[in-house]
Design a protein around this ligand. Structure first.
Ligand code: ATP
Ligand code: MG
Ligand code: FE
Length: 341
């Protein structure tokens, strides 16, 4: 089974060819980060236009590197939400045209399901499991009893973890996206230099809140500036990261204890974080559960994860019609409940 995956939900134009759900034949990503950097974030109109310019070349390169032609494809899979609607439409339109022209099945994939299935590509994913989703726009703990079934155990009430990283980085005058930069600085700082707040919410809660932490960091920087003091960026980064990681890890432990599910995967861009990978691995050993992370290059947006998420649907013969449309706010549970033919 050879599936072409396409991903254009945000600022990466990506295409990948995957065999049998987990063998990567090619994985091509054209990032627009350099273009959006000077705006400090993604500009939707610019993103849409760039996707249109890049999609043909990115797909052609993925096919060539995989050594396959369109006639070899079993199906085409594409992200149809959530994301920027103009950006999503580029991928969806391309996939529909290809499905129609070659008479191959079309499989629409929810982007966060894709992030979760990035774990499938490195062999570490067998439901029932818990997924800690930590991306640029989402932070949630998901229970996945079987392939294609999802239930939320907890979620952020304000900022997503990646968003908190990006906003704090911006206030520190660091480059976009801020997550990797703060992660790097944090390795050289003292995580106990600043006692930033941890939002536990209450003893049972698996929900998250990062806006108070973000404000505390901004206030610390602001106060130091007013007093004419210099702060160590390394210390601020390390203290901020310690606060984020402690909450993410301990809430995951709560979810494990609450459900008795001892199989955890991590998903989304923040899954690349060194501090999170280290601490969650340590705690899993102490508490007695297994934890799996995607390989580093598959944590952020890519199309390999989209093709991987489509594989179980392909096996079940669940395909979409050519009336598939981009849905900006498509949720994981809504996607799972969507009846496909
Ligand atoms: P979503 O998937 O929710 O739609 P997105 O696609 O924009 O959002 P991802 O591609 O999953 O997000 O991840 C990008 C985010 O991950 C950014 O916020 C970025 O700062 C963060 N990130 C990437 N690497 C790291 C890291 N090493 N540490 C912390 N955050 C990181
Ligand atoms: Mg991105
Ligand atoms: Fe993403």
């Amino acid at each position: 089974v050879v599936i072409l995956g396409i991903e254009t939900s945000c600022d990466e134009t990506a295409a990948a060819v995957i065999r049998d759900g987990n063998e990567i034949l090619s994985n091509v990503i054209a990032s627009q980060i350099e273009i959006h950097k000077r705006f400090g974030g993604v500009v939707p109109e610019v993103a849409s236009r760039k996707h249109v310019e890049s999609i043909n070349g990115v797909v052609a390169e993925a096919m060539e590197r995989a050594g396959v032609t369109f006639d070899d494809l079993s199906a085409v899979a594409v992200t149809y939400g959530p994301g920027l609607v103009g950006a999503l439409l580029t991928g969806v339109s391309f996939a529909k045209a290809l499905s129609f022209a070659k008479g191959i099945p079309l499989i629409g994939v929810q982007h966060i399901a894709g992030h979760i299935y990035a774990n499938f590509l490195s062999g570490g994913m067998e439901p029932p499991l818990l997924a800690l989703v930590v991306s640029g726009g989402h932070t949630e703990v998901v229970h996945m009893p079987s392939h294609g079934e999802f239930a939320f155990l907890g979620r952020t009430r304000d900022d997503a973890a990646g968003e908190a990283y990006d906003k704090v980085a911006r206030s520190m005058g660091l480059d976009y996206p801020g997550g990797p930069v703060i992660d790097r600085l944090a390795q050289e700082g003292n995580p106990e230099a600043y006692p930033f707040p941890r939002a536990w919410i209450d003893e049972e809660s698996i929900d998250f809140s990062f806006s108070g932490l973000k404000s505390a960091v901004i206030n610390t920087l602001h106060n130091a500036e007013q007093r004419g003091e210099t702060v160590s960026k390394q210390d601020v980064a390390a203290s901020f990261q310690a606060a984020v990681v402690e909450v993410l890890v301990e809430k995951t432990v709560r979810a494990v204890r609450k459900t008795g599910v001892k199989n955890v995967v991590v998903a989304g861009g923040v899954a690349a974080n060194k501090g999170l990978r280290k601490r969650l691995t340590e705690r899993a050993e102490e508490v007695g559960f297994s934890v799996h992370f995607p390989s580093l290059d598959l944590c952020t947006d890519n199309a390999a994860m989209i093709a991987a998420a489509a594989f179980p649907l392909y096996e079940q013969g669940k395909f979409h019609d050519l009336d598939l449309n981009a849905i900006a706010s498509l949720s994981l549970t809504k996607w799972a409940a969507t009846p496909t033919i």
